[in-house]
Design a protein around this ligand. Sequence first.
Ligand SMILES: [Zn+2]
Length: 479
Amino acid sequence: MARRVGSLVPLAAAVLVLLVAAGAGAAGHDDEAAARRTMEEFAGFPASDGVDGERSSSSAAAAFYVDSDGLQRQIDELASFSDSPAPSVTRVLYSDKDVQARRYIKGIMNQLGLTIREDAVGNIFGHWEGSEAGLGAVATGSHVDAIPFSGKYDGVVGVLGALEAINMLKRSGFQPKRSLEVIMFTSEEPTRFGISCLGSRLMAGSEELAQSLKETVDNQNVSFFDAADSAGYKMHPEDLHNVFLKKDNYFAFIELHIEQGPILEKEGIQIGVVTAIAAPASIKVEFEGNGGHAGAVLMPARNDAGLAAAELALAVEKHVLESGSIDTVGTVGILQLHPGAINSIPSKSHVEIDVRDIDEKRRNTVIEKVHQSATEISKKRGVVLSEFKIINQDPPALSDKSVISAMEFAAKQLNLEYKLMISRAYHDSLFMARISPMGMIFIPCYKGYSHKPEEYASPEDMANGVKVLALTMAKLSLQ
Ligand SMILES: [Zn+2]
């Protein structure tokens, strides 16, 4: 299948050519030749010196595989650091299990010969120095914290899979020009302190977060700093600023992740190339009325805070549906009534609303309309709108064109079917996009399940994701 590869063609390029040929299978000679030409553009590191091309490249190609058994074993081992019984996983920030998981990840980084750095809050970086270390690095990574009773693939595939991608590149003899880096982000999940993407948000330079962490406590009243200290991260509030990264630190950031939705599996597509990440805005609303006895107070005399909340929930749906785009979504996930008795007119209601879109302006227009509706409803129903608070309003992120084209290139070379898609869940990439060109690679997961023990990604799908990630990083590293 592979034609003779001369000694002028660098070893890694030869490996990649072979990989392509192997992946393409029946793709035919024209495709192979085209792939080889593109791969030859990967040049920029020493060629294998005079060894017979075919022999050296076939041994290198043999090294360019995903160790699926090893990856699965690591995923299972990592899942054993859990505060809930298997198959569920519970791993909360700075808990003993989190500390054990961190040690495990650093152990693998060590074995791979990566230089390890940890910042003040425990973001972990495994660095592979490139031949031009002064250039911005190409980074990848995700998280390994897990919400209570969740699964073992969310985030983990993007950390252990990334380390396997590095392993593949190393096995093949690849020499990066730009340094490569694997990041394990601290606390993507908001479980302990109610702050999602804590590590990446800080890396992206959120002064607001650096300030609020000074007062942040968990539900046991343990402060953020005490919790970090107990996990071995003793810091002074000023140290939080050292977590901030400069904008030119990374040339690109790519995150590999399970889709957490059903689209890829349903459509039988192997790879999702993410073009944008929708960002949530969350709103808390409270109405107050007079309440009263469910039998004694006649309808014209009522000001029912519960009905105001119900009407607002319908208004959210209406404004979202009228946005003009299928990408706008809105959810009323919490609706609480006080006092919550069958024979009592609600005197208070509490509503929490999540609105997402990939277009910030469109999303914010929906929020304004929801606010108008809340005001109108309160007037009409004679209740008080005692709170309308926007809790967070993060801007959505677009993937970078150069990263998208590198990911598409990789999927094509590997002869994998891919689809351009939007990430409706958000990830550390949303914040990395503030300081680096960003892209995400999705792989299918069983029925789209996530955040529960049934979460599953097949070894084949993970291997495809790891290969696309490895090739994408290799390509970007040489730019
Ligand atoms: Zn995740």
